[in-house]
Design a protein around this ligand. Structure first.
Ligand code: SF4
Length: 287
């Protein structure tokens, strides 16, 4: 399906966090509007697809706005926003990204995220969480290394299950195996890596899955669409095709009790390295 590509000059790139992200970071940063992974597996239950400020009425996965001045706007906003964040939020921490993927395939052509990362090396935040669904993150190790020296960096790689496919749904943006390999590569290079199992999908062999994660990441965060999609009782996700596909594989997986069961298994394999829901995203792990 073709994607409509546009470019834009934005006036602001640092958004003061609210809602789910408020206890995770002081700001979010979206180098792109929209996401070219929107028609892959993660796009089916993607929370951003329900945000009308993001979609502006367009179909999710069918548009991408390239924010070509993102790096220069970051540099222009950084000092003021850092002052505000240190005064009101206990530090200037940036989450990149909550409504797009910083490493969409178009990044290779446009380099907006790379531009922002270079700007952050020049003027670092106090903390940076890079959130991605793709192994393509591993191509940016050359920038992660200096960033890890000048701010508290965490790379979050989403891996929702050990399965690549759910019945009737599209394939993932990046195979599970490739994402695990990317995690291992980054961690070996000294970059703090967190696997975000979010939203949690039915896992075929939880013990083996968490053992694999234990070997290639510093921590794991588990979040269910119930309580994690920003709507009461997961009502946003319940309007999508995701829950039926999950239930077809494992009927228990659509209940919150399934998350708790997976958290218990993860804690057995990775004691002290497991986070749950928003606390996990914020780096607050279960003791
Ligand atoms: S990569 Fe992230 S923002 Fe893009 S469709 Fe998937 S979940 Fe949504």
């Amino acid at each position: 399906m073709p994607i409509t590509l546009t470019t834009a000059s934005v006036r602001s790139i640092l958004t003061r966090s609210s809602g789910y992200l408020k206890s995770v970071c002081s700001h979010s940063l979206q180098p792109y509007r929209g996401c070219s992974f929107g028609n892959s597996l993660c796009g089916v239950g993607c929370y951003a697809r329900h945000n009308r400020f993001v979609t502006r009425g367009a179909q999710w996965g069918r548009f991408l706005e390239v924010r070509e001045n993102a790096a220069s706007v970051y540099l222009a906003q950084r000092d003021r926003e850092r002052r505000w964040a240190r005064e009101h939020r206990g530090g200037f921490s940036v989450f990149m990204s909550s409504a797009t993927d910083p490493f969409v395939p178009h990044e290779r052509r446009f380099g907006v995220t790379r531009g922002v990362l270079k700007a952050m090396i020049e003027k670092p935040p106090d903390a940076l969480i890079i959130q991605t669904h793709t192994h393509l993150a591993e191509h940016h190790l050359d920038l992660f290394r200096p960033l890890a020296r000048c701010c508290r960096l965490r790379v979050h790689i989403s891996i929702e299950s050990d399965r690549d496919r759910l019945p009737g749904l599209p394939p993932p943006a990046s195979p599970v195996r490739r994402r695990l390999e990317a995690a291992a590569r980054l961690r070996e290079a000294g970059i703090p890596v967190v696997i975000t199992v979010a939203p949690l999908l039915p896992i075929g062999d939880p013990e083996a899955f968490f053992d694999t994660i234990a070997a290639c990441a510093d921590a794991v965060v588990i979040d269910h669409f119930i309580g994690g999609d920003g709507s009461p009782a997961g009502s946003r996700t319940l309007r999508t095709a995701l829950p039926a596909a999950m239930a077809a594989v494992d009927a228990r997986s659509v209940d919150l009790a399934y998350r708790d069961a997976m958290v218990a298994k993860a804690r057995q394999r990775m004691p002290g390295r497991v986070g749950v829901g928003v606390d996990g995203f914020a780096g607050r792990l279960v003791p």
